[in-house]
Design a protein around this ligand. Structure first.
Ligand code: NZQ
Ligand code: ZN
Length: 389
């Protein structure tokens, strides 16, 4: 196991009516004027936004709204939010939604106190040292942004979808997590969220670090629980306990616990970010297509971790590592299909993906060789994209 520092300062408040604590939690942080960020309207239709804003008013907190944040969020909305915050003396940001809303809120939070262009942080030209405090009311378990220090934004100029990773600066101060808020999710968003949280575990599970039995077992346990609970939420979307288990899994998958003391990979995410940047697909659906393809490549080049995953999570009984890994991938794809996810580009609605373009953008954004588990050249990543056809 490698040395590590682990600190997740986010306060999680979990359960029915958690969203009603928005006002008191912000007030406890000394915030009395907040920017409320939300997406395309689901929180308006469900009445959630009104409940949250009532809670703010009851705590004497004034607010300004920034709605219309789209999935796979882009830089113009961030710039609009930064400008709004500066004009209205905003002290903190409340994200009411999923990863796209939270990531936009984080980007605005980083940009407001910064003199230069906020994209400098995503371009690697500057480091976030100061940010407005961010609170979250989570409506979809998927991206794990409520517990991560990351923010994924697409720069429209060139369609560069980049994940900024910070240790502490952009971790939310609190996350209000009421599983009932997820009852209204369309089945395809529930399923995509499940694929995303599983992907966050896989990215850490495929490691070259030896002797990481504790985080291996945490990861395997989480994956088995997600697979078990997924069938329940898909069959009964208002099953509170199943929704609760899935919601907490999404946070644990990405708040760093599964990656402590081990080298991580992240190539499947990098490859998917190019797909969602170019084709606008849902991140989790893109992962359901590309991650099994990445695993298939690994089964032929570095099969050990895939074989262990197959034996321990999917109960594959096969002594040969490559064959075991391939059987595990077949089980994973069957699971994805069982909850309605695509597992090929065509099923994702992309009949003829522009693989040279995806590969060129991938390596332009991430470098000539990528991957923590196994180093991949452009020829390798092109092969992985082809495996997903
Ligand atoms: O926009 P509205 O109308 O709210 O609808 C949203 C949106 O269309 C809908 N939705 C959310 N909660 C709902 C609901 N519909 C009904 N009832 C509810 N309770 O779901 C759609 C997707 O929302 P989005 O926020 O895009 O989902 P998700 O949480 O999957 O976020 C995806 C984004 O996060 C990034 C992805 O790349 C993508 O841009 N990621 C962020 C990460 C991070 N910050 O740590 C890590 C991830 O790996 C990921 O890359
Ligand atoms: Zn993800």
């Amino acid at each position: 196991m490698d040395n590590f520092t682990y600190c997740t300062p986010t306060k999680y408040i979990f359960g029915s009516d958690a969203e009603l604590q928005a006002g008191t939690q912000l007030a406890a942080l000394g915030i009395n004027n907040v920017l409320v960020c939300y997406g395309g309207g689901s929180v308006v239709r469900s009445g959630l936004l009104e409940r949250v804003e009532t809670s703010l008013a009851q705590s004497g907190i004034t607010f300004v709204e920034l709605g219309g944040i789209q999935p796979n969020p882009t830089d113009p909305k961030v710039r609009e939010g930064i400008d709004l915050c500066r004009r209205t003396a905003i002290q903190g940001i409340l994200a009411v939604g999923g990863g796209s809303v939270i990531d936009t809120a984080k980007a605005i939070a980083a940009g407001v106190p910064y003199d230069g262009d906020f994209w400098d942080f995503w371009a690697g030209k500057a480091t976030v040292t100061e940010a407005l405090p961010v609170g979250v009311v989570l409506t979809i378990p998927a991206a794990g942004s409520e517990g991560s220090g990351n923010s994924v934004i697409t720069l429209l100029d060139g369609m560069h979808k980049i994940s900024l990773r910070t240790d502490f600066a952009l971790r939310p101060k609190f996350a209000l997590m009421n599983p009932e808020l997820t009852f209204t999710l369309p089945p395809e968003q529930t399923a995509a969220g499940i694929a995303d949280m599983m992907a966050h575990i896989f990215e850490r599970y495929f490691t070259t670090t030896p002797d990481v039995e504790v985080t291996d077992r945490i990861s395997e346990g989480l994956l088995m629980a997600i697979i078990d609970q997924a069938a329940k939420v898909m069959a009964a979307p208002t099953d509170y306990q199943a929704r609760a288990n899935i919601m907490w899994s999404g946070t644990l998958a990405h708040n760093g616990i599964c990656g402590t003391g081990r080298r991580e990979d992240w190539v499947s995410h990098f490859m998917e970010h190019e797909i969602s940047a170019v084709y606008g697909v849902t991140h989790g659906s893109g992962l359901a297509v590309i991650q099994p393809a990445w695993m298939t490549f690994m089964a032929h080049h570095a099969p050990q971790r895939g074989a262990q995953l197959a034996r321990r999570v999917f109960a594959v009984d096969e002594p040969d590592d490559t064959l075991a890994a391939l059987q595990g991938i077949a089980c994973l794809k069957a699971f994805y299909r069982s909850i309605g996810l695509p597992v090929t580009f065509a099923q994702l609605g992309i009949d003829h993906p522009d693989i040279p373009l995806l590969v060129a953008k991938l390596h332009e954004n991430k470098g000539p060789e990528i991957g923590g588990y196994y180093r991949l050249t452009p020829a390798d990543t092109a092969e992985i994209y082809r495996l997903a056809l």
